[in-house]
Write a protein that binds this ligand. Structure first.
Ligand SMILES: *Cc1c(COP(=O)(O)O)cnc(C)c1O
Length: 343
């Protein structure tokens, strides 16, 4: 019996991806993620809403879809190391796929601004990590210089293979829904993913409106200007100068969509709503897409809505724990427990 009926995004969509018979495929069986109906959300917005659960990927975010292709192509080209700048998930994914490929991973990240789960992954998979006293945007400039002058393949989403691999999420939506969604919503950081989804949809002649959402303190595309000190609780989209800026505006304009802001408060409210009303735990950045759909529900065209939940909630346990209050422990007696329960 073949329990692994899913064989990873490259094998599943090989004919649409830039691989040849001799490309060594580095896969952790990424992709094939659930498209989950969201009844509570559907009720609120008056449309059928589906959640694309990208936290179900091997390292817990959508980054694996592009990383399988980027690392496979790097290996095909003879690379012995990959390098990236990261707000966290890219480094977690690069570290895992490099380990799988038997090559080195170099990670440059903004010190103190990476969620605990993501940092744990990069450490455990054996990446060489250089924290810098600077922002993600500084880290990206450094890694561009590093890979231009040293023997390491760049695996940030400026690498076109990352975008190519990430298209597979749009193809899965089409395969499962059997029709184009009316709207596809997602958070926008470096804007690689919105660029990739739009490329993927157009390749199969689908045309949902692309709705992208940035955090209010990190919204360069919405305001049309670089943000020097981006600030938001949603660390995965804390980016002031997106690498795929043009891709995002092209996706918005060609699809008749929109890119708007959501506040940290709206993000956290939605994060809790998804966890308590839908049973889905995503990271704060992921909730931005759903927060945006809720905020702009009056502008939804008829037809199904898909929201990508980009990463798993366990990536960022700090946010989860600090948004709840446990209170002081009570005595280990039933009467004390009942008192706390007000029963
Ligand atoms: C990388 C990431 C984003 C942002 O994606 P971009 O392609 O940079 O726009 C959003 N959410 C999570 C969880 C991510 O890891």
């Amino acid at each position: 019996m073949d329990l692994n009926r899913w064989s990873g995004v490259i094998a599943e969509y090989r004919e649409r991806l830039p691989v040849g018979p001799d490309t060594p495929i580095v896969t952790l069986l990424e992709g094939g993620t659930p498209l989950l109906e969201a009844p509570a959300l559907s009720e609120l917005v008056g449309r059928d809403v589906y959640l694309k659960l990208e936290g179900s990927n091997p390292t817990g975010s959508f980054k694996d879809r592009g990383m399988t292709l980027a690392v496979s192509k790097a290996l095909e080209d003879g690379a012995t190391a990959v390098a990236c700048a990261s707000t966290g998930n890219t480094s977690a994914s690069a570290a895992a796929y490099a380990a799988r490929a038997g090559i080195a991973a170099i990670v440059i990240l903004p010190a103190g601004m990476v969620a605990g789960g993501k940092l744990a992954q990069a450490i455990v998979h054996g990446a060489t990590i250089v924290p810098i006293d600077g922002s993600f945007d500084d880290a990206l400039s450094l890694v561009l210089e590093l890979t231009a002058t040293h023997d390491a393949a760049l695996v940030n989403s400026i690498n076109p293979y990352r975008i190519d691999g990430q298209q597979t999420a749009a193809w899965e939506v089409m395969d499962v829904l059997g029709e184009s969604p009316a709207v596809h919503a997602l958070p926008v950081g470096n804007a690689g993913n919105i660029t990739a989804y739009w490329k993927g949809y157009t390749a199969v002649e689908a045309a949902p409106q692309m709705w992208g959402f940035q955090a209010a303190g990190a919204a360069p595309i919405v305001h049309g200007a670089i943000v020097d000190d981006p600030e938001t609780i949603a660390t995965a989209i804390r980016i002031g100068n997106p690498a795929s800026w043009d891709g995002a505006t092209a996706a918005r304009d060609a699809s008749g969509g929109r890119i708007e802001v959501v506040t940290d408060e709206e993000i956290l409210d939605t994060y809790r709503f998804l966890a308590t009303a839908e049973g889905v735990f995503c990271e704060p950045a992921s909730a931005a897409a759903v927060a945006g759909v809720l905020k702009h529900r009056d502008a939804l065209p008829p037809g199904p809505v898909v929201c990508t939940l980009t990463g798993h909630g366990l990536k960022d346990p700090e946010t989860a724990v600090t948004t709840g209050q446990l209170g002081e422990p009570v005595a280990p007696r039933l009467d004390a427990v009942l008192e706390r329960l007000e029963l």
